[in-house]
Every structure is written in C-alpha cells, then in structure tokens.
Design a binder for this molecule. Structure first.
Ligand code: F6R
Length: 261
C-alpha cells in the first residue's frame, strides 16, 4: 500500500486528481469507480478544471465510464441527495462524461437484490473497474460496507449503521429522512478494481485510517481490505494521518521515492 500524507486537504485533492488524470490520459476509455460524500468533492472540482476545453494538457473524460459505489434505497426518483443526482451534478456534468456511461445502483428497483446482481454484472460487462476512488466512514466503512460486512461480499442491499445515518444527516432536512437501506458495491467487488485510491481529510477520520492502514485485516474495519490489494493508494492530510504509528516512515518513503526518468 502506498500512503501519501499531505500538509493540507487541498493537496489531497491535487494528488488524487493527478492520479486519476494519469489513468484517463493513458486510457481515455477508462472505467472509474466513484465515491460520493464530502471527501472526494475537491478532487472532482480539480478534475473538472483539468477537463475544461481551455485547460493546458486537458484531460478528456468524454469516453470514460463511471460506476458509483452505492445508492440509497427508497428515495423518490430525482431526489437531490440520491447518489444518482449527486453523481450527475458533481461528476458527470462538470467532467463532461457521457450520461449514458454513468451507472448508479437502482435504489428504487422493485427487486433490489436483482438490481444489485445486475450492477455487478454491468461492472464485469464494462471490463471491470480500472480505478476505484473511495472515501472512508468514521466507522471504517468503504462504500456502505458497514462493520461486519463480508470481506468477499458482492453488490447487495445493506442496512446503514446509526453512525453513518447520523453523519449523513447533514445532507438532509432532518436525520429521520436519511434512508435506512442502501445498495452498495461489496468489499469483494471493490477489491476487484485494478487500482484503489482512498482519500480522507480531517481528524475525525484519523481513527478509521489508523485501523484501515495499520490494524489487522478485519470486517470490524472494512477499509482494512485495502491491505489485501496489490495496488492501493491512500492519500490523507496531516490530520487524518495523525493516528498512524508509522507516519514518519510513510513520509520518508515519499521523500526518497525513486523517480522514473
Ligand atoms: C459514498 C461512500 C461512503 C463515503 C463515506 C465518507 O459513496 O461510499 O463510503 O465515502 O461515508 O463520507 P464523507 O466523505 O462524506 O465523509
């Protein structure tokens, strides 16, 4: 696992956006897995600037396909906080992605289990995910794989943890409007991506980051699955890195990283 510790939250976004831009430059029809929530917001804003027609060394997202990590179950169609709406508003439109190439689990399907299975099939049909961008919950979830999620789980319906519902209440008018259920890519689904990139900012993520990066592999801290992946990168600011026992080592690895000519 590569751990990149930055001085500021802005730097997290710059580093993450550069990694994603590099993937799209080398493969213009890349398949990206995208997270919603606050953590990747500044990364998307930077990518939007890089995709602007006037940008120097412009990155073209018009042939890129995106798959969202998750979706709430039971929100009315078009609800502004549905992840379908968020992905469209914060990713698809600003980056110039073809809406036909944007996929979000169907949280209003009459048969949610079938919708979840169809989602995994759609990811496989697209050739798999080249890079999956992740945030992390304070309880260590990735996607909405809450503690106790099977480490080999596939996309399925999950029940949100009370802490997750409380944390996401800021997006809704009242806490009881936060849905109880979601469809989320499974930990096995996420682990199938060819590259994982997790971003986290702020001291409230420090405990989860410490468990994910340095704790034992455990469904108690689902993000610890990154330890199993061959190409996982964690980009955190100083505050989110503050619980890492080996932070100085990770900084020195970056300082002495061999540069490829
Ligand atoms: C969102 C998602 C979640 C969030 C996590 C952190 O699609 O899958 O895992 O990444 O809850 O949310 P923020 O970034 O809002 O703190």
């Amino acid at each position: 696992m590569e751990i990149i510790i930055t001085d500021t939250p802005d730097e997290v976004a710059r580093v993450a956006a550069d990694i994603i831009a590099g993937v799209v430059r080398s493969r213009p029809d890349a398949v990206l897995g995208v997270a919603t929530g606050s953590s990747p917001g500044a990364t998307y804003q930077r990518l939007a600037k890089l995709s602007a027609p006037s940008a120097l060394g412009r990155v073209d997202f018009s042939a890129v396909t995106v798959f969202a990590l998750d979706e709430y179950v039971g929100l009315p169609a078009g609800h502004p906080e549905s992840y379908a709406a968020v992905v469209s508003r914060e990713i698809v439109r600003p980056l110039g992605i073809d809406p036909a190439n944007a996929h979000v689990p169907d949280g209003s399907a009459a048969d949610a289990d079938a919708a979840a299975a169809a989602y995994d099939a759609a990811i496989a049909g697209a050739g798999g995910i080249d890079l999956q961008l992740l945030g992390i919950g304070r309880n260590g979830h990735v996607g909405f794989n809450e503690p106790s999620s099977s480490l080999s789980s596939r996309t399925r319906v999950k029940t949100l943890a009370p802490q997750t519902r409380a944390d996401n209440a800021r997006f809704f008018d009242s806490p009881d409007q936060v849905p109880v259920h979601c469809i989320t890519q499974g930990l096995g689904t996420i682990g199938d991506a060819r590259r994982l990139l997790l971003v986290a900012q702020g001291a409230e993520k420090a405990d989860a980051i410490a468990h994910a990066v340095e704790g034992p592999l455990s469904s108690r801290w689902p993000a610890s699955i990154l330890q199993l992946h061959r190409h996982a990168t964690v980009v955190v600011d100083d505050a989110a890195a503050s619980g890492l026992a080996l932070a100085d080592y990770y900084r020195s690895v970056q300082e002495f990283k061999p540069r490829v000519a």
